[in-house]
Design a protein around this ligand. Structure first.
Ligand code: ADP
Length: 448
């Protein structure tokens, strides 16, 4: 079998690289003598002229540095201030600058130049995420004929949204240079096919195949996941280590865990929780919301705005409802260690996973994997998370409708143990069958 060459924006660093993708790809990289390539996270004075090997670890890793200008325009600019909002249904938040696009293309061209000398004819290349959309196009220009796959971790926009992007047609043309494009959900596959056909004039060959001269490309859904068994064991062990105050607390704990990103719908969630408290005075003091949200992409205006809005809302709701013995919302603006998170999920009665738009949402999967099978908590899941296509035994909600979310919250808090167990069993069965190992294997099998 040929080597796997994985290319992502950030390389997993450290002597023992970790994270979902490492779990998914580590074994294949090790078995095939493969290589992972990505940016180091450090800033250099000059654009990188060569790749640098990272010592140690179970598989080979090569990295390069970005300059400050590249970081600002390729990463914070085109990737996170243009593509991210557009792909999450927020074209209104796009910050279009032609410099962003120019540097984005330049960086991708340079990555292709750095990678091309490493390639052997039978290598399979797997490119990760929206930072690297043009990479196959650039590698093809340099003569690469290898199978090249792409996985997009975000949603994909349909033609109406794509029209708002000045170079939407070019984005579709980049995509056509991959042999296989993996998306999170069937809704994304439909949107991508429509965009390829309507915006770029690709011809529909059926069964997810499109032709855009001179190439043919397959678009299919490969929903990403977690290692559910591993997370279950972690949660079971870590539950014992939680501070006594949390476990002994007889209040019902509702948990929310999200980067503080506008796509996650945290303000909507707070309003819905406020609506619930407004309606159900009998639940005052008996329920509290623990929202754990580390700040992300600080310095970008839309992220500064969401931080201010959530701080304001939690302050207002606490001011309105709290009493000397009870604070309705605990809002923590910090990352917490993975194992603590696992224990907290298990200690929670309800999870509010209510993004306005999300590629997959792994928090939903982690919450379910962490539950005690005998007495599991209830997952309230937005219909706009990619996870909703797989996790239909969750309590499905529309995050835009605070009254519906409040009604569902009562249903979740009052749900019988029998029903909770039934829903949990169905969800956990899906998670253990279609776990992260299934994800990488099925994608790589399809890439051939
Ligand atoms: P996204 O990739 O958009 O952030 P996902 O839900 O798919 O959303 O993945 C988020 C990952 O980040 C999960 O593995 C989750 O456990 C982790 N995470 C989110 N918030 C926190 C936090 N406050 N502390 C630690 N980890 C977090």
């Amino acid at each position: 079998m040929g080597r796997l060459i994985c290319i992502s924006n950030r390389i997993p660093t450290g002597a023992n690289p970790s994270g979902g993708l490492v779990v998914a790809l580590g074994d294949v990289l090790e078995e095939t003598g493969g290589i992972w390539i990505g940016t180091s996270g450090e800033i250099a004075e000059k654009p990188a002229a060569e790749l640098r090997e990272i010592e140690g670890g179970p598989f080979r890793r090569y990295c390069f540095d970005l300059t400050q200008e590249e970081q600002d325009n390729y990463y914070a600019g085109y990737s996170n201030s243009v593509l991210w909002p557009l792909f999450h249904g927020r074209a209104d938040l796009m910050d279009i600058h032609h410099l962003y696009l120019g540097v984005y293309k330049q960086v991708n061209r340079r990555i292709a130049k750095l990678v091309a000398p490493f390639l052997k004819p039978d290598d399979r290349i797997w490119v990760q995420d929206y930072h690297l959309l043009p990479l196959a196009y650039e590698l093809r220009l340099m003569g690469a004929t290898n199978p090249i796959g792409f996985f997009l971790h975000t949603p994909f926009p349909g033609p109406t949204a794509m029209q708002a992007l000045p170079n939407g047609r070019e984005v579709c043309q980049w995509i056509a240079n991959y042999d296989l494009v993996g998306l999170q959900a069937e809704r994304d596959v439909r949107a991508c096919l429509h965009s390829m056909i309507e915006i770029a004039g690709a011809s529909d060959l059926g069964a997810g195949y499109v032709h855009l001269s001179p190439r043919q490309c397959r678009i299919a859904a490969f929903p990403i996941s977690i290692d559910a068994r591993e997370f279950q064991d972690l949660a079971e062990a870590e539950f014992e280590n939680l501070p006594a105050g949390i476990v002994k607390d007889h209040r019902r704990l509702v948990i929310g865990v999200d980067r503080l990103d506008y796509s996650k719908g945290v303000p909507h969630r707070f309003r819905a929780f406020g609506e619930f408290l407004e309606r159900h005075e009998d639940w005052h003091r008996h329920v509290s919301l623990l929202q754990i949200s580390p700040p992300t992409r600080e310095g970008v205006q839309a992220y500064d705005d969401i931080r201010e809005e959530t701080e304001h809302l939690s302050g207002r709701i606490n001011g309105q409802f709290a009493d000397i013995q009870w604070v309705p919302i605990r809002f923590i603006n910090r990352a917490v260690p993975r194992e603590v998170l696992a224990g907290l999920y298990r200690a929670s009665h309800v999870a509010l996973v209510t993004p306005l738009m999300d590629g997959m949402n792994l928090v939903a999967k982690e919450f379910i994997a962490a539950q005690n099978p005998d007495d599991p908590g209830v997952l309230m899941l937005s219909q706009f998370a990619g996870a909703a296509e797989q996790m239909d035994a969750a309590l499905m909600v529309n995050p835009h409708d605070p009254e519906q979310v409040a009604t569902s919250m009562l249903t979740a808090l009052m749900m019988s143990r029998g029903e909770r167990r039934e829903r949990y069993r169905s969800l956990m069965e899906g998670l253990t069958t279609y776990d992260v190992h299934w994800w990488s294997k099925s994608f790589l099998d399809a890439l051939g």
